[in-house]
Design a protein around this ligand. Structure first.
Ligand SMILES: Cc1cc2nc3c(=O)[nH]c(=O)nc-3n(C[C@H](O)[C@H](O)[C@H](O)COP(=O)(O)O)c2cc1C
Length: 211
């Protein structure tokens, strides 16, 4: 994928590493779920998720999960470890990794995303996630709050996240026009995500964690 290699970074797995691992182990194509994590009528998450999904589709099979389009059961039925199977459980379950497209609301991420997380359990486990956050200053507090929550579910978050500053200035009739460098930043985060998602796919299959 163009623009993804950063040979100067000692922390970046090379694309060759991920590819050769996948080839050697004869694994199915990577599957990512891109989650649009706000549900307001005038929300931006869907247009940004559409953009992210287009980029992710260059490297994986992609499911777009729009939280505005899926109704979760009432919280009175919630139990430790999830609850009755939801309409999006299968999408979360079959993904190897997630791209969470989330705004910052009051220095965290929206309640609808927390509900989507809490309503699932095993479906998330031992997977990888990266975050495309947005807000006045890039929404990075939402991204950082997600790390702690996902850690409880054995979801590894990538070192790199992408924070979009005031993306409402870059959205028009043609959708989102990323400012210079933004596409490349998402490519880098997706490359980390691919490495983790591939590695964890193999680990879940060959060496499942004994709880
Ligand atoms: C309830 C609420 C709280 C917000 N809090 C923050 C905030 O803490 N930091 C910030 O940068 N933007 C904040 N904003 C502005 C959002 O970044 C902006 O409205 C964004 O478009 C929201 O995402 P959405 O359109 O997908 O819902 C807030 C917006 C709402 C609706």
């Amino acid at each position: 994928m163009a623009g993804m290699t950063d040979p100067t970074s000692p922390y970046s797995p090379s694309p060759e590493t991920a590819l050769s691992t996948a080839d050697r182990l004869d694994q199915p194509p990577l599957r990512l779920a891109v989650i649009a994590a706000s549900v307001r009528k005038e929300r931006l998450s869907r247009v940004l998720a559409d953009w992210a999904a287009g980029k992710a589709a260059d490297i994986a099979d992609v499911d777009l999960v729009d939280l505005a389009e899926c109704e979760l059961p009432d919280d009175e039925h919630l139990e430790p470890g999830g609850g009755p199977r939801s309409a999006i459980a299968d999408h979360i379950d079959r993904a190897d990794g997630y791209v969470i497209v989330t705004p910052e609301y009051n220095h965290s991420y929206p309640a609808c995303l927390k509900r989507a997380i809490d309503w699932h359990y095993g479906e998330w486990m031992f997977k990888a996630a990266t975050v495309l956050s947005y807000g006045v200053q890039g929404g990075l507090l939402a991204a950082e709050h997600l790390r702690g929550v996902f850690a409880e579910l054995h979801v590894v978050t990538t070192r790199r996240v992408v924070g979009l500053r005031a993306p409402w200035n870059d959205i028009g009739d043609d959708g989102f026009t990323p400012p210079p460098g933004t596409g490349e930043a998402l490519d880098e985060a997706l490359r980390e995500l691919t490495w983790w998602a591939t590695t964890l796919h193999v680990a879940r299959r060959d060496r499942p964690f004994q709880r």
